[in-house]
Design a protein around this ligand. Structure first.
Ligand SMILES: [Zn+2]
Length: 230
């Protein structure tokens, strides 16, 4: 089943979409990492100021190595920003920092999709790991029930990937709003922030499309859409 031309036909466009999204986010972040904001605040200052304004006092802001390695660690309540974001006084730095603070705010407010996503995470990770063995094993042993179990496990992982979308879109929405409201970006700087965050969102959309396409392929091969009988 893994040498199936149909599989390539399904996965190649999604791979292309994912590569395009990654290229787009890198080029957009690079472009707006060259453009300073009028407020002149670093990403770290932006993050700390928003946290303070929201009354969130238990989240630390730290620098982390890498490019686009920015993330909010909810377990340790640490907001980690990559060097160009942490110390950058640019539109990209303000946008990415505010987005990550958006996740810290979601956490503080116990935003339902985030909480649900965290609850599903261990199951999804397990499902993702075992699914490939079950599907491959089921295929090799011609065991439909083993394959089906694999596809069920895989669908939990797909569901988790889909849950990422509302969480990410909401964090970006909060970021744009708070940056404008607090006057940390003004005028056309908002459009630059939006460009950075929309490009980042596309990588999550691409991942979701790939996951759903793969699941549909598995379901098709299981005969759920009238695919051929094994
Ligand atoms: Zn995010």
């Amino acid at each position: 089943m893994f040498f199936d031309p149909l599989y390539l036909l399904v996965m190649l466009p999604t791979l292309a979409l994912s590569l395009w999204a990654q290229f787009k986010v890198k080029s957009t972040i690079n472009k707006y990492s060259e453009i300073g904001t009028r407020s002149g605040m670093t990403g770290a200052e932006v993050a700390r100021r928003i946290l303070q304004q929201r009354g969130i006092t238990d989240v630390r802001v730290e620098e982390v190595d890498g490019f686009l390695s920015d993330h909010y660690d909810s377990g340790n309540k640490v907001l980690r920003l990559s060097p160009s974001i942490y110390g950058g006084r640019t539109i990209a730095a303000a946008g990415v920092a505010a987005h990550e603070v958006g996740h810290a705010i979601q956490h503080a407010e116990r935003y339902a999709p985030l909480m649900f996503r965290q609850a599903v995470a261990p199951v999804a990770s397990f499902g993702s790991n075992v699914s490939i063995f079950l599907i491959l094993g089921g295929s090799l042993l011609a065991s439909a029930s083993m394959t089906l179990l694999g596809v069920v496990a895989f669908s939990v992982a797909v569901f988790f990937t889909l849950l990422t979308l509302p969480v990410e879109f909401d964090a970006s929405r909060r970021a744009k709003e708070v940056l404008a409201n607090m006057g940390m970006v003004s005028g056309n700087e908002g459009a630059g922030v939006a460009a950075c965050l929309n490009a980042a969102a596309m990588t999550y959309v691409a991942a979701a499309v790939a996951a759903v396409a793969q699941l549909l392929y598995f379901l098709f091969r299981l005969g759920i859409f009238g695919g051929r009988e094994e």
